[in-house]
Design a protein around this ligand. Sequence first.
Ligand SMILES: Nc1ncnc2c1ncn2[C@@H]1O[C@H](COP(=O)(O)OP(=O)(O)OP(=O)(O)O)[C@@H](O)[C@H]1O
Ligand SMILES: [Mg+2]
Length: 231
Amino acid sequence: MQKIVVLNPKGGSGKTTITTNLVSSLVCAGTKPALIDLDPQGSSTRWLANRPASLASVSGIEGYAQSLQVTKTWLLRTPEHCDLAVIDTPAALSRSDLISATRGADAILIPVMPSDIDIHAAMKCISDLLLVAKVRRPDKKIGIVANRVRTNTRVYAKLQKFLASLDIPLIATLRDSQNYIRAFEFGMGIHEMPYSQVKKDLEAWESITNWLQKLRENAQKYPAAIHLLRS
Ligand SMILES: Nc1ncnc2c1ncn2[C@@H]1O[C@H](COP(=O)(O)OP(=O)(O)OP(=O)(O)O)[C@@H](O)[C@H]1O
Ligand SMILES: [Mg+2]
């Protein structure tokens, strides 16, 4: 089962928005994701509760009811029919929670907003992932999603420069769009909204799902090599 963690200890960077829209896009593509909510705020769980019965159902697990130290237990509780798990995490993760939440992750998506404060917070987050959680850079499983972006701004150029210097890929750039706010309210992702309304936003999501698909294929093709690299 592919484990995708959406993480950034900076509050309000877009973790829940990316989690819920990723789950919705995966469901629309015919996969069966489980949504694991590790945030005591329970925003992803609320989204799930608002999901119309007419849409494809998603299995949800309220992981925050337990200690973050037992991440594996939630994965064991993931229903058998699910082929991947998308994990929403809280802001202000402690070092030990960061380690627990990312243990065994196949992909780590970090939403970053293009502002000076957020770029600095992201720098700290990436360095903690590499140095504290011991995520190996050659595994290439960390991807950045620039969120609420207005391109052609100075600060967006700064974000791009910062990422290039770290050799961490910028997977996608999401617009600042009311579509995300509306979709959340109705328990949907933008993939489940009228095409004419969201067509400008869909391309970015294709980049995210393609990146995840590539990681999945590589893990299937080279499981032994990846195991060796991790050990
Ligand atoms: N691309 C976007 N366009 C417009 N609004 C957005 C976008 N991404 C997020 N938002 C809005 O920004 C706010 C914060 O987003 P979100 O709740 O996803 O962040 P978070 O990282 O999960 O926050 P927290 O750290 O509190 O859990 C929400 O009101 C959400 O609707
Ligand atoms: Mg959240």
